[in-house]
Design a protein. Sequence first.
Length: 565
Amino acid sequence: MRRFNCVLEANCSFHIFFFFLLQNSQQFTVEESLAKKKQLVDGLFRRLRDVSHTNNLEIYLATLRILSRDRNHLDDLFTIDKIETILHLARLVGEEEAFLTENSVNFDSTVIVEAQKCLCNLIYNSTIIQKMCCSNSCIDGIMLRLRMYKDPMLPVEVKYFDMRMLFLLTALNPEIRPKIREDYHGLIYLMEAIDLILKEAEEPGQKPMKKSKRKRKGREKSDNKNVNTEEDTSRALHDSSVNLCCEVLKVLFNLTVNIDRENVDEVEEAHYLRLVGILHDLLLSDTKSKEKREELQSHTINLLTNMPAVSYEELLVPIEEIGKIDSSKYEYDDMNVEAITVLLEFLEKRLEKQPSKTMQESLAPILTCLCEMSRSNRVIRKYLRSQVLPPLKDVMSRPEEGTTIRNRLVKLMTNPNTDVKELVADFLFVLCKENVGRLIKYTGYGNAAGLLANRGLMLGGRGRGSYSSESEDSDTEEYLKCRDKINPVIGCYEEPRKNPMEGMTEEQKEYEAMQLVNMMDKLTRTGVVQPCRVGEDGKPHPIEHVLELQDTTEFRHEQRSPDAE
């Protein structure tokens, strides 16, 4: 490559580097030998370390950024001393005075950002460089600068790439997560970063949105130094703020993904209460664009799936503490459930899109989040049930037919995607307080058979969940009127069918019965179907011959109605 060879000349000028940058700005591989690449990289670092070339640092770093995109030979090209040089240019040296942007004459954000981009590429493409950055000053510098995010002179782009690097390091190197979480107090400082983003987005003159006293109390437990007790106003986040916030949420997800949610001490509980309180605020925040709002909600929901059950109460705000709210649809059982409504609306949007290839990625987080909240919090479960499984009025249509959220969820109970199917069934089962009869009433036995078989509930009964004994009557006049004519298998009203054996003689009936037995036996022997019968454990068990079905015990009928408690 002619232009490449020109760069390697001993007396190559800045203009040749600039020409190389323009020609390769969209390239992700450099088709040259290791020796030529090494010459180029060495030449660039000589200029980066030469104080007489400080005016062109951005161009030299941008050239390195292009080279760092190519995975080939990175470990040979970028040695420890070269990584240290890039860290120094990114001001990630662990020295607090290097980040005092107001007093630093040499603080050039464009140079810092280019150095950060190089580091992001190198960390992503090389496991060896990842290990280097876990043991050198990289994490020290990021965490130190994180504590200085209140500095108004620190550009948001610098913050963004700091978090981008921290996300890559915590995602690719799980062993450093406890160190950042405990030694660096990462949860506290990352929460403060989100608080700062929300505070900067406050728009004066709009109606304030009050917080619950319990939420502020939870925040005080985790950090008494930086508690904002003032009422927050409505927020509209700019795209750059949303991007930064999403990167912070991704880092928080990595730091909390493996925590023991069942056993948290008092201090940890206070941290998670505060964190869920912040996530509550993010769910209610406005953004300048709808796309960014959905992106922000998506990352917020991902993080909510990691939270301990006790912290979900922070998504609810007692009405008596904030006064009467404008919209009655957000009021339920003396609680403001606006955040839960946002989550439910997010689920509806995802159900409407339903991309087949990414269905699990699209639906799994929100379904997991809603299921865990419903299982752990009675008010949330009751509210979600009132929205998802309202009193049954339409008994003429199958549960999976229609456009309501119930219809769409029931349809997914027989989806080929096993993970999504199980999550949907589990969510609806929890909303039914794990009562088999109630689940069948809303979904039909055919749609619920998979969940019931997996849990050994084919004969009825309850799951292992623990719920209050308060009755929740859901029988409407429409349901009671047609109750005896509802087919429990399909879950809707079915017109009485004509007896197909009407008018047949006993010999004809016997002949048809034997024909059916022979066909089932043939399907069994050829392996097309595997007949089963329900065992004493409530799970289906395969049989060797069709005639074994004669010994099947009858289903135990529940002593109480489906809605009895």
